[in-house]
Design a binder for this molecule. Structure first.
Ligand SMILES: *Cc1c(COP(=O)(O)O)cnc(C)c1O
Length: 363
């Protein structure tokens, strides 16, 4: 087992084998009577695709995802969205009631939610509102990890909601600094929109690094719930022992494989360029509106926007049938909304609705 994974894994889980399901034993035969499955298919399932429990980590999908993300199958765990990856990481690496994670708010809420549910502490090192955008201070986050003894540090790149793209060199330097002390988790839920290399290219040199990828955003499969943790084989194995016995439903395997077939993947990739263009056009349009105070640069499929009166902007959009994300409850974002980049027509609707905002709201 890699030294870092071994050193950071919860002490009480180091010899934990997890649940031994009927499918986790390496047995072979032609008559399967070891899992109390029905001997008949459901009438609604003529192909009998659903009669038996699925493989814990379906091989074909694991191989396909590994190829997609440029890692070996043993470096990849399939879960129910990257949300499950986050939860598994927190449960495996934070001692309940004692462990800690480091995050840079405002950021995706699930890191703190999983920590809270697990009784782990959350050490916050706020994003810095700089002239070039909302920036994570990786030096300060590293300091916080070392001072607090946190076992996990979450980076989000492109950042949700900041839109910030972190430099790969900076991630590598942070991982090197925290080697053996803290696992650096890089959430790349929006990386496809950024046209930038993945931090997974750093895995060979950094055994305290994990990367989260998902089919929910760029691959348009949010309802299928497929996400991956990429990391050292020892890390993947440790997380697998903490995971539910059958986390990947068979219909989901089929949907994901279909979405990753060459033609579908080519279309998905061509859409990334369209999103980047639409994002630039929407940002331009927003910057021209008098009630818009600031549009942050974004490497994702969304824009973070500050308004003179964000409440009025939210209400005007809602009145036009457009639902955006109200960010006002988040730290530093009391005047901000987050707008996903939709179709060209949907972006036009956003701009039209905001253009009709009463002038006094622009004061
Ligand atoms: C949307 C999002 C996710 C959720 O991913 P799932 O794979 O759907 O669970 C993870 N991280 C960030 C930053 C997100 O914005």
């Amino acid at each position: 087992m890699s030294t870092t994974v071994n050193a950071l894994l919860r002490e009480d889980l180091r010899d934990f084998g997890g649940y031994k399901s009927a499918r986790s034993e390496a047995l072979s035969g032609t008559i399967w009577l070891n899992a109390n499955e029905s001997a008949w298919a459901n009438p609604s399932d003529p192909g009998a695709a659903l009669r038996r429990y699925p493989a814990p980590q379906p091989e074909a999908l694991r191989a396909r995802l590994a190829q997609l993300y440029g890692v070996a199958p043993a470096q990849l765990l399939i879960g129910r969205g990257s949300d499950e990856g986050i939860d598994l990481l927190v449960r495996a690496f934070c001692a309940p009631g004692r462990g800690r994670i480091v995050i840079a708010p405002p950021v995706f809420g699930m890191y703190a939610v999983c920590a809270r549910l697990h009784g782990a502490g959350v050490v916050e090192m706020p994003l810095v509102d700089a002239p070039d955008g909302l920036r994570a201070d990786l030096d300060a986050m590293g300091d916080a990890a070392l001072e607090s003894g946190a076992s996990l540090l979450f980076l989000c790149t492109p950042g949700n909601p900041s839109g910030e793209l972190l430099a790969r060199d900076a991630i590598a330097a942070l991982a090197a600094r925290l080697r053996g002390r803290c696992l650096v988790v890089v959430d790349e839920a929006y990386l496809e929109y950024a046209d930038a290399p993945s931090a997974s290219t750093l895995l060979a040199d950094h055994d305290n690094l994990a990367v989260l990828r998902t089919l929910s955003k760029a691959h348009a499969l949010a309802a299928a719930r497929v996400g991956c943790v990429l990391g050292a084989p020892a890390l993947i194995e440790a997380l697998r022992r903490c995971q539910a016995p059958y986390p990947v439903p068979q219909p989901v395997v089929e949907a994901a494989l279909a979405a990753l077939a060459p033609e579908a993947l080519a279309l998905t990739r061509s859409r990334m360029e369209a999103v980047r263009e639409a994002r630039a056009r929407l940002a331009d349009g927003l910057r021209r509106l008098p009630q818009v105070r600031r549009v942050y640069p974004s490497a994702g499929n969304f824009l973070l926007v500050r308004f003179a009166d964000a409440g009025a902007a939210f209400a005007a959009l809602l009145a036009a049938g457009v639902v955006v994300r109200d960010m006002r409850a988040l730290p530093q974002l009391g005047d901000a909304l987050r707008i996903s980049v939709g179709t060209a027509e949907e972006c036009r609707r956003v701009l039209a609705a905001l253009d009709r905002l009463p002038v006094e709201a622009a004061a």
